[in-house]
Design a protein around this ligand. Sequence first.
Ligand code: GLY
Length: 561
Amino acid sequence: MRFIIFLFFFLCFSCETKNNKVVSTISKSGMVSSAHPLASEVGIDVLKKGGNVFDAAIAVHFALSVVYPSAGNLGGGGFAVYRLNNGEVGTLDFREKAPKLSFRNMYLKEENGKLIVDDNKSKLGHLASGVPGSVDGMVTLHERFGSLGWPTLLDPAIKLAKNGFNITKKQSASLNKVKSSFQKVNDKPISFINESKWKENDILIQDDLGNTLSRIKTDKRNGFYSGITAELILKEMIDGGGIITKDDLENYSSIWREPVIGYYKNHKIISMGPPSSGGIALNQLLKGAEMLEVSNYNHNSSDYVHLLSEIESRVYADRATYLGDSDFYNVPQKKLISSDYLSERFGTINHLKTPSNQIKEGDIDLIESEETTHFSIVDKFGNAISVTTTINGAYGSKVVVDGAGFLLNNEMDDFSVKPGHPNMFGLVGGEANSIEPNKRMLSSMSPTIIEKDNNLFMVLGTPGGSTIITSVFQTILNVIDFNMGMQEAVDSKKFHHQWLPDAIIIEKNTLSEENISLLKDKGHTFIERNSIGRMDCILIKDNKTLEGGADKRGDNVALGY
Ligand code: GLY
């Protein structure tokens, strides 16, 4: 009996703590891993009430819109990849769309007879926003798969907005950092500005946001895309010089899409297709890893880092040229992930670095802040969902809709505003990702689910802009090739190559001096970063227990029961 009680506590509670908070968990029944402890709690409560992963995802999403305002959102968009317990898989695209008044050169201005990029307009202020998709996405998920009542899923977020919550240390620092940007584009008081500096544990109350959530609770889609909320968005657009119209809001709809499916060493990789580049790029990367047998090298050794960087730079060169919204541009998806094409593409990799100008895109007919957010959920029925959502940069366009309390995205910057001009993540692009009315901007978000022997094996994803794809890639290799547990794979240091800039972006202290010098001898240069990725993942072990991996680089927490 004593053994059973011990086992129960062992299975249900944390295996690791951070500032006395649980950051990872081993559990049997269900699990939620998200960017904020309060959002994970909301999700686990829904699962305990008998809700499924879709119910929990909706509640977590709305909770994040309150407790994680830098990326959680009502005014953004995202992607969900799901796997039901019967093996059925699918994805929902609720990515933002370009407003119908948008046009290709809208962020360019003439100077001395030349068109140059008017840099801030796609990043800061009203003109930077695409038509939000998140609320429609949540309603669409609920209509098809929800099992609990819609109001139950909104109540926790409304309570958190109205009663307030204690901000974390990281959040206080981040809110203080963006104060002047908030002041530039908001002429009315907003809840994110404090007269004095924000401190850890200060209470953030968001009354207007609570009211907006209440309207969504009552009227679902119409609580956002029409009625009072829509009027407030439209007023904000008129006052601030934005171009989102009533029609844009009324016509927004999410799209069920086929996932991109690939294989890596007998694992089935289920991920997001266009308008995300994530699924295609991830499949290319994994095929490269298999072809070059990277698992024969020591983890994060100089040879390993060299090979992965060479694979990554070729994949990102393809991304820049061939990927965009497939409803507007003919993405050569089949060819991009075909073995013949990739053998040729990766066949040029040798022991020396290939300069980026010799890589170019293949022959077929980036620096992101961490401010996107991902959560992974598994329920007691064996369903899984992997969701990544974003308002793009930290706090999006910084515009808070007056009277509605939520931030608008600056997702228009994810388009290629001018061929070859890098966006905020240093990513370049061209025709495939040019601005067109109603088109969805290319994303790197890579919510992913993996099967092993036809069973659910891993649910994963991360924020991190251009680094999303390579973080997901390396985490998969960490688990499959290097036998790491979920938390260890998440903790492991990451590096990233995106073709341009032509350098390995690397987390501090990833490599020894000796390895750095070996890589420099091969021709590599480095850009150091404090952190790459903020993963939220779940691994299903052989004995069917769930291991959560919640990234210590953020306030992330995995909870199980
Ligand atoms: N806004 C980041 C992405 O969608 O990739």
